[in-house]
Design a protein around this ligand. Structure first.
Ligand code: AMP
Length: 279
């Protein structure tokens, strides 16, 4: 398994793979890998001759009061997991390799990135779209795999690829969960044992909303209240619970078209995401 630290090395390898007729799959991550990340690697491996995992805690997608400095990192463990999973190369640049000190060009998406996390984390999606565009230019992938866990991000990145004509096929992997249902996340390590036990209420709330939908409930306020109540009953603090169109993230009063019920909630100081597709 190769480890590339510079864009030039990464591009040189990618060009060589392309010349040999090999397709490249990219799984962008911020590291501290878990089985959810590895499920995306498996999707990439199924379709691509070469799989690259990028590991980069992207400073431009964190707000000034967010957890950039303490975001969990363990490169050796990540590298061992990638090797076991049959990853061909890790691209792990330092921030100074990715961003010139006077960088002044940004990639912004102006619709799908407005609600939900975009409204609560100003500048977050500008950082995400910019770094993913840069990762595409470094890794030159044919396929890029993202997770439904970050459903808004996945939609924004599909729009990025469409609107800027990146020659990249975007695939979305389903949400990988712990045995009790909690969506896997690198940030789960922030939870105290007590918060960890209670945080299962997020997935329980999402499942309860799914069950209500399956039983015929279509009222957005009711579906959201089901999830909201499960979280507050466990001492969590919902940041948002919203029913939105899976097509364009318009807020929906009724689940009358393919929808996403999207949740962000705090347990202690830790903000966690979950969602489900309805219809
Ligand atoms: P992150 O390292 O958290 O930035 O995530 C990197 C990629 O993995 C993103 O496309 C995420 O949506 C995806 N991902 C994160 N958690 C999960 C999960 N539990 N199941 C599947 N994919 C995930």
């Amino acid at each position: 398994m190769h480890v590339f630290r510079t864009i030039a090395e990464m591009q040189a390898a990618a060009r060589q793979w392309h010349r040999a007729g090999q397709t490249i799959g990219l799984v962008p991550t911020m590291g501290y890998l878990h089985a959810g990340h590895l499920s995306l690697v498996a999707l990439a491996k199924a379709d691509c001759a070469v799989v690259v995992v990028s590991i980069f805690v992207n400073p431009t997608q964190f707000g000034p009061t967010e957890d950039l400095a303490r975001y969990p990192r363990d490169f050796e463990r990540d590298a061992a997991l990638c090797r076991e999973a049959g990853v061909d190369a890790i691209f792990a640049p330092e921030p100074a390799e990715m961003y010139a000190a006077d960088a002044s060009v940004w990639v912004t998406e102006e619709q799908l990135s407005q609600p939900l996390c975009g409204a609560r984390r100003p500048g977050h999606f500008r950082g995400v779209t910019t770094v993913v565009a840069k990762l595409f230019n470094a890794v030159l992938p044919d396929v890029a795999v993202f997770g439904q866990k970050d459903a808004q991000q996945a939609l924004v990145l599909q729009r990025l690829v469409r609107d800027l004509n990146f020659p990249v096929d975007v695939r979305i992997g389903t949400i990988h969960r712990e045995a009790d249902g909690l969506a896997m996340s690198s940030r789960n390590v922030y939870l105290s044992p007590d918060e960890r036990r209670r945080a299962v209420a997020i997935s329980r709330g999402v499942r309860a909303a799914e069950a209500a939908y399956a039983a015929g409930e279509r009222d957005g306020a009711v579906l959201c209240a089901v999830a909201h109540n499960a979280i507050t009953a466990a001492g969590g603090r919902p940041d948002y619970v919203e029913l939105r169109s899976r097509h364009d993230l318009r807020e929906l009063a009724e689940a009358s078209e393919p929808a996403v019920l999207a949740v962000a909630a705090f347990f202690g100081a830790t903000r966690l995401l979950d969602n489900t597709f309805l219809g």
